[in-house]
Design a protein around this ligand. Structure first.
Ligand SMILES: *[C@@H]1O[C@H](CO)[C@@H](O)[C@H](O)[C@H]1NC(C)=O
Ligand SMILES: *[C@@H]1O[C@H](CO)[C@@H](O)[C@H](O)[C@H]1NC(C)=O
Ligand SMILES: *[C@@H]1O[C@H](CO)[C@@H](O)[C@H](O)[C@H]1NC(C)=O
Ligand SMILES: *[C@@H]1O[C@H](CO)[C@@H](O)[C@H](O)[C@H]1NC(C)=O
Ligand SMILES: *[C@@H]1O[C@H](CO)[C@@H](O)[C@H](O)[C@H]1NC(C)=O
Ligand SMILES: *[C@@H]1O[C@H](CO)[C@@H](O)[C@H](O)[C@H]1NC(C)=O
Ligand SMILES: *[C@@H]1O[C@H](CO)[C@@H](O)[C@H](O)[C@H]1NC(C)=O
Ligand SMILES: *[C@@H]1O[C@H](CO)[C@@H](O)[C@H](O)[C@H]1NC(C)=O
Length: 448
């Protein structure tokens, strides 16, 4: 029973209710408990074999005064034997004062991930019990949460700094975040991955958030679906993240500045500019990119050279020609679906055929002999990705409009007419000559 009570504390979940509030899926090792309360706590026993436990619903306010004593050695041993690795807490009103009191019990478990979804954090807690404490949790996430402003939480961050200094992944998404105070970033000394997606970060909020000394080891930053608008300001805002490898700016409305001289961190390898309203390739690009996603934009032309580039995504743009892939010696993936490309360049067909993954579906193909021939030859290499043959259709000439490119005949008579006609002409010409000679001969003959 003591284990059950502890789980209740860990899960922080409560409401009035019936029996059997927990449901365990053995194949997924996933247990979900709804509106758990003291009365139905027995039901949680079945979750003890789960690696992921989710608690949904409940109101913890009435447990604020619940007596929480220190644990005896057998309870500590039991907590240490649990296999639970991830706890998700959803749709709960969490009084911070209670959270501050139970968080330290996680130090006896092997829980590595803690996630709060659609929770409301109330009030401020006394976190001094966490001074110098470490926790096994390395990944923390908050999605669609509300709380009192972070600026009132200096004490919490200083008490939690030992643990937060070891955290590796943090996500605060869909929670109307406008910016983070500079001092907070400095607490996350070991953080590798940060997601602030689906918030309201603007151009001016990046530089203070990623100030000198903040998130010194950050490798992955996700800022998709925010309120960013200047490519130049974003570059200046993340300039101090010297270990950044992966930056996702997709789903912002970005304006490029042709005179920008800002330098991106040289460590950047993956850059996502998908759905950012770009009508030209912004400059400068990070110099050592391996993966560049500029899909779902309004690009008319792409003329860049990045010698380290391996994957280039340009699907859903307005390109009329395949960019010259001679500029990308290491390229293995090129996506050009949904553009305005009518033909593949003859002189680069061989290079295209060497890529591992090429996709050019949903383009208005010209099914002239060279157009259809080029595509059919590329398809024969087996590297044409998803969509072949059904999404490759002819736009012209009129006789093949709507046809699958794969079915356009490339017969000798249609495509190599010249090859057939030329010998015919020679033969005809020879016949003519022979006839003429004969005529010339017969005339004097007849005269004679
Ligand atoms: C457990 O999860 C698997 C995979 O999602 C699902 O197919 C199965 O129906 C679930 N079992 C129960 C008892 O819900
Ligand atoms: C949990 O409680 C909420 C309201 O308090 C109720 O709407 C919901 O049906 C309950 N869920 C279960 C599984 O009993
Ligand atoms: C966000 O959380 C609130 C509770 O704080 C909830 O009422 C709302 O439905 C959630 N929204 C989404 C999209 O999950
Ligand atoms: C916080 O709790 C500690 C004991 O853990 C206590 O000494 C301190 O006075 C409390 N602080 C506040 C502001 O209540
Ligand atoms: C987005 O930024 C603009 C200024 O760049 C501002 O006027 C607008 O209110 C912001 N929108 C949101 C939702 O924060
Ligand atoms: C464009 O770049 C210049 C020079 O780097 C900078 O001073 C200016 O503020 C930028 N303009 C915008 C709109 O970001
Ligand atoms: C870029 O972001 C879009 C939208 O957020 C996503 O669908 C896509 O997979 C991302 N691209 C890469 C290469 O990760
Ligand atoms: C191409 O555009 C069509 C219509 O907008 C869409 O249904 C399809 O998913 C797109 N294909 C790709 C590969 O983006």
């Amino acid at each position: 029973m003591s284990v059950a009570v502890l789980l209740l504390l860990l899960g922080l979940l409560v409401a009035e209710g019936r029996r059997d509030r927990c449901f365990f899926n053995r194949t997924q090792e996933y247990c979900v408990c709804y509106n758990l309360s003291e009365e139905t706590i027995g039901s949680i026993i079945q979750c003890l074999a789960a690696t992921v436990v989710e608690f949904r619903g409940g109101d913890l306010e009435k447990y604020i005064a619940f007596p929480i004593r220190d644990l005896d050695p057998s309870a500590i041993e039991t907590l240490g034997s649990l296999v639970i690795q991830k706890i998700i807490i959803g749709n709960v009103l969490v009084p911070e004062i209670l959270l501050a009191r139970v968080l330290r019990f996680f130090s006896y478990t092997h829980v590595q991930e803690l996630a709060f979804e659609s929770c409301i954090f109330q009030g401020t807690g006394n976190w001094s019990g966490m001074d110098g404490q470490n926790l096994p949790i390395v990944s923390l996430s908050f999605h669609n949460v509300t709380s009192s402003p972070l600026t009132g939480h200096e004490q919490a961050f200083s008490s939690l700094s030992r643990w937060l200094g070891t955290l590796q992944e943090l996500a605060v998404t869909g929670s109307h975040v406008l910016s983070l105070p500079c001092a907070i970033g400095r607490v996350f000394r070991a953080l590798r991955s940060l997601s602030l997606a689906h918030n309201s970060l603007g151009d001016g909020s990046l530089a203070p958030t990623f100030c000198q000394g903040a998130f010194p080891h950050l490798q992955e930053l996700s800022l998709h679906h925010n309120n960013l608008s200047s490519y130049h300001s974003v570059c200046e805002g993340v300039q101090l993240l010297l270990e950044l490898q992966h930056l996702d700016l997709s789903h912002n409305q970005l304006m490029a500045n042709s005179s920008s001289s800002c330098q991106w961190p040289a460590s950047l390898r993956r850059f996502n500019l998908s759905s950012t309203g770009l009508d030209e390739v912004p400059t400068p690009l990070p110099p050592n990119l391996e993966v560049l996603d500029m899909s779902h934009n309004h690009l008319h032309a792409v003329d860049i050279s990045l010698s380290s580039l391996k994957k280039l995504f340009l699907n859903q743009n307005l390109l009329q020609a395949v960019p010259s892939i001679r500029n990308y010696p290491k390229l293995d993936t090129l996506h050009l679906d949904n553009n305005s490309i009518s033909e593949l360049p003859r002189d680069e067909l061989k290079l295209l055929g060497r890529l591992q993954d090429v996709a050019v579906a949903d383009n208005p193909f010209s099914c002239s002999c060279s157009g259809a021939g080029g595509l059919q030859a590329l398809a024969a290499t087996g590297h044409l990705g998803q969509g072949w043959p059904e999404d490759y259709r002819c736009q012209s000439p009129a006789q093949y409009q709507g046809w699958p490119v794969a079915q356009v005949p490339l017969s000798v008579l249609r495509c190599h007419l010249a090859a057939v006609v030329a010998p015919l002409c020679v033969i005809l010409a020879l016949l003519c000559v022979a006839g003429a000679v004969c005529l010339l001969r017969t005339r004097p003959c007849s005269r004679a």
